[in-house]
Ligand binder design. Sequence first.
Ligand code: SF4
Length: 376
Amino acid sequence: MSVDTRQKIEVLGRSAQYDLCGEACGTEASRVRDDLGRWIYPAVLPDGKRVCLLKVLLTNACENNCYYCANRASRNFRRISFTPEELAYAFDQMHRKGLVEGLFLSSGVCNAARTMDRMIATVELVRRRYAFPGYVHLKILPGATFAHVERAVQLANRVSVNLEAPNPERLARIAPPKDFTTHLLQPLHWARRLIEESKRGSVSQTTQFVVGAADETDRELLSTTAQLYREIGLARVYFSAFQPIAETPLEDHPPTSPLREHRLYQSDFLLRQYGFTFEDLVFDESGNLPGQADPKLTWAQAHPECFPVEVNRASREELLRIPGIGPTSASRILKLRREGKVRELSDLRRIGAVAHRAAPFVLLNGQQPPFQLSLW
Ligand code: SF4
């Protein structure tokens, strides 16, 4: 691999850091530098497998001027691009050396149709010329055509469109050239239909919000999130706390706290894995999630009529409403009950539940276990 190609991977890997591709991915702290100093990210695949991805842009040149973005056209820095042949070859080299097990490809936009053509050409080379059968996540750019989305769904394991904001009004405040409905939502709908029609059932799609840039509320973000899961069948929604970048219109806008991002992810888990609906989520008067307690505890405190729950009789759905009990511990409780009764907090602790959190909300064999009142 030439020095020029190595430098491009270094620069375009760094430029790709704002695109999220999995739980353990996207931050400076989570990336792994290999001995050549390239940008490789650990990520969790849809099947739970952990892999190292080459996360890279095809180009950091962009004709758009989104207010929050480091790659916006008006910023003054060196723009570089890969050709599809260069990038596909570089990826193959890294894969053969065992440095990476998958590819995450995004890009700045220099004529959406032309850039999508080049991204697709890159993945076609990776699949055909280099016979790579593994994981590819391909970003669909705003303004992509139906034909682009169709080819992307044929080639990739995961496709994504970054909505960035929860509705057209908020998007107009931070990315005026993008049209929420036609540029962003439409490709997600196309991808959903194509995935349903395709024989490759393992293809999934995701999106990402930049949290706080448009002064949107958590209620707006989670309302759209719930709708995306319900109506478009997204596999994941990612939340990226806004951080101001110099030489952008939002350089003086306050950064979003990591705690806000964390509370959004906790709520997202409730929607995806705990049977909660958007209507269950509790917001404060400003439309945001309370920061002082996690969203499940907040819901439980707002619904004293639902507690205490007798752990030995509760359904799985009822167990999942108890703070400190997650999907895994709920399954283990159901299994444990087939062998005998759950009598002590130590029984809950043993199967992985956070017993001290659950204590104020449960009955164990008819008895309320001891707990510290301060937990309320
Ligand atoms: S289109 Fe993408 S790369 Fe270009 S300025 Fe907007 S967010 Fe940044």
